[in-house]
Design a protein around this ligand. Structure first.
Ligand SMILES: Cc1cc2nc3c(=O)[nH]c(=O)nc-3n(C[C@H](O)[C@H](O)[C@H](O)COP(=O)(O)O)c2cc1C
Length: 354
């Protein structure tokens, strides 16, 4: 099946059910009853990839390559413009293989000429292809997606991943914009985060389990039923954040994605170490079901609620959430203990003194 048609089928399956939300129920933020600060001065400004953004939110990679993709990308780009959020396009391989597909990606730059836009390719792409993808949309950053489980479940997916680490390293060394290594819903563990940080990617987007599930989507597309335990493969988003933070060190930005829908989950992700938070399935579902005005309102609401939560935790900006104590229980705490990731150090943070 041509790559572009696959993209439309992904949209079709995303619209069959309301998007899943990641499970952050093991994580509790500790209330601060003395938030000795002016709510009017609580800011959502977030610094990552060497610049400052008005919010930690971004619209993650979804689509490109077809007429439907062009419409979706144009609408998402307009929402990104109105909300002042960065936005990634979907995999540009369709346009690398067939130049007539370029318009469905370039539309994003046309609709939002001054916006922050990220290009997107797979880890199978050669460094020259990465440069082409960046140039195509005058991108401010490049996402390299990691999606081995999805490829293996696709009848026409990739089977040979040999050399991917070397290629990512070359892409990161040659790109003239920051490179973001991203999973697409299976998470990133400490060990691989360490390798990616060593390759000098600018950011790691954990793309954890709990939101869009490409194993379920690919098994629906192929008509081959997947055992329930296998369709739950992957590292949940909250755990993956702790894993990746431990592996990546301080020089690599950390992004949370995978089922991020609510302000409270976003605040918890920030407290676990995320510098920015991406959403893909949720915005595209809302856009197609309720329209772009409703999506803009939804993003506004999430941002307002996020400011309230920051205030109640005693934080003046998203980065300060990393100082807020949070109690981690249940399966997440047990995982962290077994992996030597000390849930108690989070619970015993001194907190913020205003
Ligand atoms: C319809 C759809 C298509 C996607 N296509 C791409 C893609 O082309 N490239 C990519 O890196 N990620 C792609 N993703 C993955 C998302 O960027 C994201 O990593 C993943 O869906 C988890 O986030 P979510 O739970 O917010 O959807 C796609 C997601 C959706 C919903």
């Amino acid at each position: 099946m041509p790559r572009a048609h696959r993209k439309d089928e992904h949209i079709y399956y995303i619209m069959q059910n309301a998007p899943h939300q990641a499970d952050f129920s093991d994580i509790s933020l500790v209330h601060n009853c003395l938030p000795d600060q002016d709510f009017g001065r609580v800011s959502l400004e977030a610094a990552y990839l060497g610049r400052t953004f008005r919010s930690p939110l971004f619209i993650n990679a979804v689509t490109g390559g077809t007429r439907l993709a062009l419409k979706i990308n144009a609408a998402l780009a307009d929402v990104a413009r109105q909300c002042g959020l960065p936005m990634a396009v979907g995999s540009q391989m369709a346009a690398i293989e067939d130049i007539s597909a370029e318009a469905s990606f370039k539309v994003v730059r046309r609709v939002n000429p001054g916006g922050v836009i990220w290009a997107n390719i797979g880890s199978y792409a050669a460094p020259e292809i990465a440069l082409k993808a960046i140039k195509m949309i005058k991108a401010d950053g490049l996402q390299v997606h990691l999606n081995a489980p999805q490829e293996l479940l696709m009848t026409d997916g990739d089977r040979n991943f040999e050399g991917m680490i070397g290629r990512i390293g070359k892409i990161a060394a040659n790109a003239d914009v920051p490179v973001i290594a991203k999973e697409v819903g299976f998470g990133i563990a400490r060990e691989q985060a360490g390798i990616l940080a060593g390759l000098k990617v600018a950011a790691i987007d954990v793309g954890g389990r709990g939101g869009t599930n490409f194993l379920a989507i690919e098994s629906s597309r192929s008509g081959r039923k997947l055992p329930a335990d296998l369709s739950a493969w992957g590292i949940p988003t909250a755990i993956s954040l702790v894993e990746a933070a431990a592996g990546a060190g301080e020089k690599t930005d950390l992004f949370a994605s995978g089922g991020m829908h609510t302000a409270l989950d976003i605040a918890k992700a920030l407290a676990l170490g995320a510098g920015a938070v991406g959403m893909a399935g949720y915005p595209v579902y809302h856009l197609l079901k309720y329209g772009s005005k409703a999506l803009v309102k939804k993003i506004d609401r999430i941002e307002n609620e996020l400011r309230i939560i920051l205030m109640l935790a005693g934080a003046k900006k998203p980065a300060e959430m990393q100082k807020v104590p949070l109690v981690i229980t249940g399966h997440t705490a047990e995982w962290m203990q077994r992996r030597g990731l000390g849930p108690d150090t989070f619970a015993r943070r001194p907190g913020l003194v205003n």
